[in-house]
Design a protein around this ligand. Structure first.
Ligand code: 5GP
Ligand code: ZN
Length: 112
């Protein structure tokens, strides 16, 4: 499949890994919008939030168990934002489900 994030998971494209387990991969965004900007993705390809079903949603619960661990490891005790852009109007550019973790500064009401 011609998917950028599947290639990152496979190691075909390098990335700055911050966390990995059997279900999830997390790495630093190449174009950070905040001092800490991490992407958390399921290893199994899902296009977007619209692709979450009862058959694959367990990984989303797992992602939200992992996110606080990553935030703690990154020192984001003052808070952080979790964002998932879904589709054209939201500006989704990579169609492999991902959750942005943004923090390390007081965030505006824009995405970052
Ligand atoms: P979206 O706009 O789809 O919500 O988020 C996609 C994110 O992926 C963007 O924040 C963009 O900077 C990031 N991104 C795109 N290509 C790469 C890449 O090759 N490596 C990394 N680490 N991040 C990428
Ligand atoms: Zn993919």
């Amino acid at each position: 499949m011609d998917c950028l994030f599947c290639k990152i998971i496979a190691g075909d494209i390098p990335s700055a890994k911050v966390y990995e387990d059997e279900l999830v991969y997390a790495f630093r965004d190449i174009n950070p919008q905040a001092p800490t900007h991490i992407l958390v993705i399921p290893k199994a390809h899902i296009d977007s939030v619209n692709g979450i079903t009862c058959d694959n949603s367990a990984v989303v619960a797992h992602i939200f168990e992992v996110i606080p661990q990553i935030a703690a490891a990154e020192g984001l005790e003052k808070g952080y934002r979790v964002v998932s852009n879904c589709g054209q109007d939201a500006g989704q550019t990579v169609f492999h489900l991902h959750f942005h973790i943004l923090g390390g500064k007081e965030l505006s009401l824009e995405m970052a």
